[in-house]
Design a protein around this ligand. Structure first.
Ligand SMILES: Cc1cc2nc3c(=O)[nH]c(=O)nc-3n(C[C@H](O)[C@H](O)[C@H](O)COP(=O)(O)OP(=O)(O)OC[C@H]3O[C@@H](n4cnc5c(N)ncnc54)[C@H](O)[C@@H]3O)c2cc1C
Length: 386
């Protein structure tokens, strides 16, 4: 019996996306960064080809696939050196939440644009005083007649400048108990009172991060996504895909770095044979490759569980995949830089700039310590440590 990890369609999709990635490559991202702009051309072309919408429902302009397909799109673009960070956010988090819990009107309004890339949505949950503890978020939504009024602050929110709207996680007050409960709101970019300041990050990426201030942001009643009483459930629908996609981002970047290092190790010769003939060079590359492939397998399992609708099992697998991919990526990039010796630190070879970028997958959207806490407590049944 043969084991099918990926179908022929998946392989064909990989090849097609890889071909698009090769046409843009690392040079495209480097140029976009120098010009201070986002990856608009690649985003738009990938959208027209149907790659951004592969996971969204067909009836709203998507490809009718799932996170398995979307994660391989991001992985292949990353492996070509030009990952699209907002794939993690726009179709994977926002698209999934709207497709599962949005009103019919919200689906018609947003999904076709998110699918073909003509519209982008960013996602804001992190707050300066809450960080990893999202139970502490204080962005509050209060009703005023048939409107919502939002106040609060967010930090590290990716791509707000190039997004048509941001899906903001806030809280509403329960009229009976006075308790705050999570709720999701679509906030269009130019809404009065919605202020953004770009953060000065040391990251080699075309997408920027922002601090947001919501100062009496007034929204119509239909800005609320889904049900006011089921905010947490809706939120989780988007967080598993986010973790799988972050794993895909990390696996793609790791593959890109390792491929550059292997090419270099085959050609660079300072003794009798190329440096790649020395075990001190080839073994760390082999270890990094094994760890990336292992992480990828966990990512595929998590994506499969997401698409099968098993949210609980997907949650555990997505956390583990994100952890494994983040660690594998940091190690792969470090090994690649070292393989190139001094050239590992030159702008020409472009690998040193990935050292910081690789660490993003260790920190966001949930840090490796919080995943270890989750696995210790939820999977292994050990006492909660925090
Ligand atoms: C490039 C980038 C893009 C991002 N994009 C977005 C976005 O689009 N939208 C969004 O909402 N957010 C975004 N984030 C935010 C990201 O999700 C947060 O940075 C992350 O959740 C960690 O929060 P924090 O930075 O406040 O760290 P903190 O919560 O302050 O944690 C700091 C350190 O303490 C450790 N720690 C905290 N609590 C515990 C504990 N109980 N046990 C052990 N260790 C602990 C953490 O592991 C970490 O190492 C982005 C971040 C980055 C870097």
């Amino acid at each position: 019996m043969s084991v099918v990890i990926e179908t022929e369609e998946h392989k064909a999709l990989r090849e097609a996306v890889a071909a698009l990635g090769r046409r843009y490559g690392r040079a495209y991202v480097t140029r976009a960064m120098e010009e201070g702009k986002g990856p608009e051309e690649l985003w738009s072309e990938a959208g027209k080809l149907g790659y951004l919408g592969v996971s969204l429902p067909e009836e709203y302009g998507g490809g009718g696939g799932g996170i398995q397909e979307l994660s391989l799109v991001l992985e292949e673009l990353g492996a070509a050196g030009c990952p699209l960070l907002l794939l993690v956010v726009s179709p994977a988090i926002c698209g999934t939440i709207i497709a599962r819990y949005g009103t019919e009107e919200q689906k018609r309004e947003w999904l076709p644009g998110l699918a073909d890339g003509s519209r982008i949505m960013s996602f804001g949950i992190t707050e300066p005083d809450a960080g990893s503890n999202s139970h502490r978020i204080t962005t509050t939504a209060r009703r005023d007649g048939d409107q919502w009024v939002l106040n609060g602050r967010k930090v590290f929110i990716s791509g707000v400048d190039i997004s048509d709207a941001t899906l903001i996680v806030g809280r509403t007050e329960d009229a009976r108990t006075g308790k705050l409960k999570p709720a999701l709101f679509i906030v269009p970019r130019d809404t009065p009172g919605f202020h953004r300041t770009v953060l000065d990050m040391e990251l080699a990426a075309a997408e920027k991060q922002f601090e947001l201030v919501l100062d009496d942001v007034r929204l119509p009643a239909d800005a609320l996504v889904g049900d006011e009483d089921a905010g947490l459930l809706q939120l989780f629908a988007g967080l598993n895909p986010e973790r799988v996609m972050t794993a895909a981002f990390a696996v793609g970047m790791a593959r890109y770095a390792l491929a550059r290092a292997v090419e270099y190790a085959k050609e660079r010769q300072v003794w009798k044979a190329p440096i790649g003939a020395h075990q001190a060079i080839q073994h760390p590359l082999a270890v990094a490759h094994i760890e990336v492939e292992t992480a990828k397998l966990m990512m595929q399992k998590a994506a499969h569980l997401c698409d099968a609708g098993d949210d609980l099992a997907a949650g555990e697998a997505a956390n583990m995949a994100k952890y494994a991919a983040g660690e594998a990526c940091v190690k792969a990039v470090d090994t690649a830089v070292h393989t190139l010796g001094g050239n590992g630190l030159t702008k020409e070879f472009g690998l040193a700039s990935l050292v910081n970028a690789a660490r993003v997958a260790r920190i966001a959207p949930v840090s490796r310590e919080m995943i270890l806490n989750f696995v210790s407590h939820q999977t292994l049944g050990l006492p909660k440590s925090y």
